[in-house]
Design a binder for this molecule. Structure first.
Ligand code: ATP
Ligand code: MG
Ligand code: MG
Ligand code: MG
Length: 572
C-alpha cells in the first residue's frame, strides 16, 4: 500500500445516495469522469476482473465461445432491424469525418447475427452459442448510483443460435443455469422473475434481481427470506365485474412499430387526465396491443405504485405489434383478475383468487386456481421453494400480507437490481438478417435466437450494495481486491519485517494479499482496512514479540490471536 495508486476519502462524495456508490468512491475503487461514466482504479479493476473471471468460467462451461466485437459500430445493421430509430434517445449516435452514421453499441444482437450468417451455412454447423464481455453504451435518462446505472458499462452478452424451438429452449436453460451458478458464486441474494416481455411474441424472458432496497425493480417476498415473483399472464376468463371511471377505449394505428413520439401522443390523447413525456416512468396505465390486422389482443399491464415501474422506452418495445388501445370496461369485465392499472399477485389476491400450484407442469411454470375462478397461468415458481417436487399439488399462498408458503411471515413487495436477463428472442433478428441454415433436405431453415446479458460492472456495485457495514465494504473471498489484508501496526523494524515476511509467505501459498506497509498510524490503517473490505485482516503488531498476530474476520468482526507460524496454514 506504500506504493499502491490509492487515496481513500473520509467524506462521502456529494453526488452519492446509495451505500455502494459512497463506499466504492471513498475506498478508491472508482472515480467519476462524467455522469454515468467512471474510471476503474487498481482496487476496483481487480474486483471487476474477478467477477469477469467467474462469468467467463461459467460461460465457457456451458460451451459458449468468447469473441469480441467493436463498440463503435456502423448504422446499417441496426437500420435493418429498425433499432437505429427504435432505440430512441438511449442510443449514442455519432458521425465519422465523411458524414457516415455510427453508434456506440448498446447491445449486439445485430452483429452476432451477422457474424454467424457470414461463417455458418449448413444445419450441421448449429447450434452455437457466442459471447463477449465488452463495454456497452446507453445514454440512460437517469444515470444513477455510480456504476449501478452507467452510461458506459461492462456487460457479458451472449447469443444462442438454434435450428429448432426445442434447441432454443435448451440453450436458454443452459444460460439460466449458468447464471444461477454465477450469482451463487458471487455470494449474492437474488430472485428470478418473469420480465415484462409484454407482446414480444410470448417468448420466455426472465430477469435476475439482486435483493436491494435501493433497487429500481419490485418483487414479492417475506421477511423470513421467501421470495417470488408471480405475474399472471392473461387467460380467457369470466364473471363480469363493473369498473367505473375508465376512459373510453381507443385504438391507435401506426403503419409500423410505434415510436416514443407516437406513444406519447397516444397516451396524451387518451383522456387519462395527465400529460406524458418521452422521459416518463409510467404507473397506472393499462393498455392492450395486437399485431396489425390480427384479432387477438394481448393485455399489457403497467404497474401501480409499489409495483414495477415501466419507462416509456420499455413500453414502446413491448408495444411492438403496432396496434395499441387502452383497456375498457369489457376487458375488465372479462378478466376479473385485473384491477385498474395492475395485473399481478396482489391484484389476484384483491379479487379473492387463491393460488394452487401444480408442480406436474414444467419446472418454473404452474397454474393457479381459485375456488370460484378459472385457471391463471403463472410463471417463475421454483420447485422446492414454492412447491414440493413429489408430484402432488401443493397449496402456495402468494397473497400480499399472507404468510409465505414456507410459513416465514407476511409477503410484502421488495426491491431489487437487475443483474441478469435471459431472453428467447425467437426469429426476429434472424428474419431481419435472413439468417438461414441449409437443412438436410436442401431447404433453408430459419435460425431461432436467444440473448442473455449479465451486468458485469453493475455487479461490483451490487455486491457492495448487499455486503457492507457502516465502516466500509465487505467482499466475499475470491472476489475482493485481495483475500487477506496484512496491516503492519507498529513502528519497529521487527514488526515491519514480520509483516512483509508474512505477506510473502501468504503470497507464495497462493493467497492474494494486500500489505499495508505505509508509515501511517495504526488508527488510519485500521479504518482503511475496514473501508477497503478485504475479508480477512491480519494485524502484525506488538504481539509479534510473543509470536502471535491478530486475525480478524471483516464480516463478523471476530478476532483471534494466532501463532505467526500457523497463520499461513490457517488462511489458505
Ligand atoms: P435496466 O432494467 O436496469 O435498465 P436493462 O433491462 O435495460 O437493465 P439489458 O438490456 O437486459 O438491461 O442488459 C443486460 C444487463 O446489463 C442487465 O441485466 C443489467 O445487469 C446490465 N445493465 C443494463 N443497463 C445497465 C447500465 N446502464 N449500467 C450498468 N449495467 C447495466
Ligand atoms: Mg435499461
Ligand atoms: Mg430491465
Ligand atoms: Mg433487461
Amino acid at each position: 500500500m506504500s506504493s499502491l495508486f490509492l487515496r481513500t476519502l473520509r467524506e462521502d462524495p456529494a453526488d452519492a445516495e446509495v451505500p455502494s456508490h459512497k463506499l466504492l468512491v471513498r475506498a478508491g475503487y472508482v472515480r467519476r469522469v462524467a455522469p454515468g461514466i467512471y474510471s476503474w482504479l487498481p482496487l476496483g479493476l481487480r474486483v471487476l476482473r474477478n467477477i469477469e473471471r467467474v462469468v467467463r468460467e461459467e460461460m465457457d462451461a456451458i460451451g459458449a465461445q468468447e469473441i469480441q466485437f467493436p463498440a463503435l459500430l456502423p448504422r446499417e445493421p441496426y437500420e435493418a432491424t429498425n433499432r437505429w430509430t427504435e432505440y430512441g434517445p438511449n442510443l449514442f449516435r455519432l458521425k465519422d469525418r465523411r458524414g457516415g452514421d455510427y453508434l456506440l453499441g448498446p447491445t449486439h444482437e445485430e452483429l452476432f447475427t451477422q457474424v454467424v450468417k457470414g461463417e455458418y451455412a449448413s444445419y450441421k454447423d448449429y447450434p452455437v452459442m457466442l459471447y463477449q464481455i465488452q463495454n456497452k453504451y446507453r445514454d440512460e435518462a437517469r444515470p444513477r448510483a455510480g456504476i449501478l446505472r452507467g452510461r458506459e458499462f461492462l456487460m457479458k452478452d451472449s447469443y444462442s443460435f438454434d435450428l429448432t424451438d426445442e434447441g432454443l429452449a435448451e440453450s436458454y436453460r443452459l444460460h439460466r443455469d449458468a447464471y444461477v451458478r454465477i450469482f451463487d458464486r458471487l455470494g449474492l441474494e437474488y430472485v428470478v422473475v418473469k420480465a415484462t416481455s409484454g407482446a414480444m411474441g410470448g417468448s420466455a424472458s426472465e430477469e435476475f434481481l439482486a435483493v436491494a432496497p435501493t433497487g429500481e425493480d419490485t418483487y414479492v417476498r417475506s421477511p423470513g427470506g421467501y421470495a417470488a415473483n408471480v405475474e399472471a399472464v392473461t387467460t380467457p376468463a369470466p364473471p363480469a365485474r363493473p369498473v367505473d371511471g375508465l376512459p373510453a377505449a381507443q385504438a391507435h394505428h401506426t403503419p409500423d412499430t410505434p415510436t416514443i413520439e407516437t406513444l406519447v401522443d397516444f397516451l396524451n390523447g387518451a383522456g387519462l387526465g395527465r400529460t406524458f413525456t418521452a422521459a416518463d416512468t409510467l404507473k397506472n396505465v393499462l393498455v392492450k396491443t395486437r399485431a396489425p390486422g390480427s384479432g387477438e389482443w394481448t393485455l399489457l399491464g403497467v404497474g401501480v405504485p409499489g409495483d414495477r415501474e415501466v419507462d416509456m422506452k420499455r413500453l414502446e418495445v413491448a408495444l411492438e405489434p403496432a396496434e395499441v388501445a387502452l383497456l375498457d370496461e369489457a376487458d375488465f369485465a372479462a378478466h376479473p383478475f385485473l384491477v385498474k392499472g395492475y395485473i399481478g399477485p396482489s391484484a389476484l389476491a384483491a379479487n379473492g383468487v387463491r393460488f394452487l400450484v401444480d408442480p406436474r407442469i414444467a419446472p418454473g411454470t404452474a397454474w393457479v386456481t381459485g375456488a370460484d375462478k378459472p385457471d391463471h397461468h403463472v410463471v417463475d415458481l421454483v420447485c422446492g421453494r414454492d412447491f414440493t417436487p413429489d408430484g402432488t399439488i401443493e397449496a402456495a399462498e402468494v397473497r400480499e400480507g399472507d404468510p409465505a408458503p414456507d410459513g416465514s411471515g407476511p409477503l410484502e413487495a421488495a426491491r431489487g437490481i437487475e443483474i441478469g436477463h435471459v431472453f428467447q428472442l425467437g426469429r426476429k433478428y434472424a428474419d431481419a438478417a435472413q439468417l438461414d441454415a441449409l437443412g438436410a433436405d436442401g431447404k433453408p431453415v430459419r435460425i431461432t435466437m436467444g440473448s442473455y446479458g449479465v451486468g458485469v460492472s453493475r455487479l461490483v456495485g451490487v455486491i457492495a450494495e448487499q455486503s457492507h457495514d457502516e465502516s466500509g465494504l465487505i467482499w466475499p473471498r475470491g472476489i475482493g481486491p485481495a483475500d487477506v489484508h496484512v496491516v503492519v501496526a507498529g513502528k519497529s523494524e521487527e514488526i515491519a519485517a514480520g509483516g512483509e515476511r508474512l505477506a510473502a509467505e501468504l503470497d507464495a501459498a497462493g493467497v492474494r494479499v494486500l500489505l499495508d506497509d505505509r508509515k501511517a498510524s495504526p488508527g488510519v490503517k485500521f479504518a482503511d482496512a475496514e473501508l477497503i473490505g478485504v475479508p480477512t485482516i491480519v494485524v502484525v503488531g506488538r504481539g509479534l514479540a510473543n509470536g502471535v498476530v491478530e486475525v480478524k474476520d471483516r464480516r463478523s468482526g471476530e478476532r483471534q490471536e494466532i501463532a505467526v507460524d500457523a497463520v499461513v496454514e490457517h488462511l489458505v
